[in-house]
Write a protein that binds this ligand. Structure first.
Ligand code: ZN
Length: 274
C-alpha cells in the first residue's frame, strides 16, 4: 500500500499480543529509480518471503540502503537473506553495528551518524534521529518533504510500547515533536495518517505523563510493590499476556522517579526458603 508519493508499506498481521495491529516494513523512494528499505522483520522464512514478494511487486527497484530502527529480533530478523537479494548495505545506530557485522559481514554495515541525511531515488532524503528509550540503539527517520516520521518501536500505531529507559525515552519523544510531520509510520500497528498522525507523538507523551501521575497517586495511597501498583493502575481485565509488560512498565516509571529523586526505593527483603 502506498502511504505518500514515496512511501510504501508492507503490512503483516503477525498476531503478536505485545503489539496489536501487526507489523510493518517500509520501502521509501521511487520504485523506477531507487529505494530504501526500513527494517527486515522477524526471522521466519515466511516473513522474509513476504518482504521479497513486495519487492518483486515494486519491480525489484535498486535498494540503496537497508535502514534498521533497532536491534530487536522482529526488526533485523531477515537481514541476511534480504541483503543477499538486494545487495545493499545495512545502516544502523553505531551501538548495533557489531551485532549486524557478525550477521552479514563488516563490508555490509555502515553505522549512521547522528542526524545523518540518507538519500535515495525520487530525490528522497531521510534524516536519522537517534531516539533511545525503547532500546539504546533505536533510530527514527524523518522524511521532511512528505511530513512522515518512521518511528520504529518508539511510537506504535495501535498501542503503547515497552520502554527500557523512560528518562531517555521521554526525551526522545520530545525530539520527535520538533520534526514537522503529520503521518507516523510505526514498526507495529496501523500507519497513523493525518489528523491522527499529527497528534500521535503528543498523545504518547501525555499518556506517559498520566501514567506517572497514576503511579504517584498509588504511592500516595501507601501501595509500594510493583505488582500491587500495576494492579491499582491498570484495568482489572488486562489480558494475562500483558500483565508482565504492565509490571515492567511500572518498574520503568519507578526507576525514572527514583533517578529524579522524587521517589525513594527501599531495599528488598529476604528470607529463608521454607
Ligand atoms: Zn518491534
Amino acid at each position: 500500500m502506498q502511504v505518500t508519493p514515496h512511501v510504501y508499506v508492507m503490512h503483516i498481521d503477525d498476531g503478536a499480543v505485545f503489539h496489536p495491529g501487526g507489523s510493518n516494513n517500509y520501502f521509501v523512494g521511487d520504485p523506477h529509480e531507487a529505494m530504501l528499505l526500513i527494517d527486515t522483520g522477524e526471522q521466519q522464512r515466511e516473513w522474509t518471503q513476504r518482504i521479497l514478494a513486495y519487492y518483486e511487486q515494486l519491480g525489484r527497484p535498486k535498494i540503496t540502503a537497508i535502514l534498521l530502527t533497532h536491534g530487536h529480533s522482529d526488526h533485523i530478523g531477515g537481514l541476511d537473506r534480504v541483503i543477499d537479494v538486494m545487495q545493499a548495505p545495512a545502516r544502523c545506530h553505531p551501538r548495533l553495528a557489531s551485532r549486524l557485522e557478525a550477521m552479514v559481514g563488516k563490508d555490509m554495515v555502515t553505522p549512521l551518524q547522528p542526524q545523518e541525511e540518507v538519500r535515495t531515488g525520487g530525490g528522497v532524503r531521510l534524516q536519522a534521529l537517534f531516539t533511545p528509550g525503547h532500546e539504546v540503539d533505536h533510530v527514527s527517520y524523518h522524511f521532511e518533504a512528505e511530513r512522515v516520521l518512521f518511528t520504529g518501536d518508539c511510537v506504535l500505531g495501535g498501542s503503547s510500547t515497552t520502554v527500557r529507559d523512560l528518562s531517555s525515552y521521554m526525551e526522545s519523544l520530545q525530539v520527535l515533536t520538533r520534526y514537522p510531520h503529520d503521518t507516523v509510520c510505526p514498526g507495529h500497528g496501523p500507519v497513523a495518517l493525518p489528523p491522527r498522525g499529527t497528534e500521535l507523538v503528543r498523545w504518547y507523551i501525555q499518556h506517559r505523563e498520566e501514567r506517572e501521575q497514576q503511579i504517584l497517586a498509588a504511592l500516595a495511597k501507601g501501595i509500594s510493590g510493583v505488582a500491587e501498583i500495576a494492579r491499582d493502575v491498570y484495568p482489572a481485565d488486562l489480558p494475562e499476556g500483558l500483565r508482565r509488560g504492565a509490571e515492567q512498565n511500572v518498574a520503568t516509571h519507578l526507576a525514572k522517579l527514583v533517578k529524579e529523586g522524587r521517589v525513594a526505593e527501599t531495599p528488598s527483603r529476604y528470607g529463608l526458603r521454607t
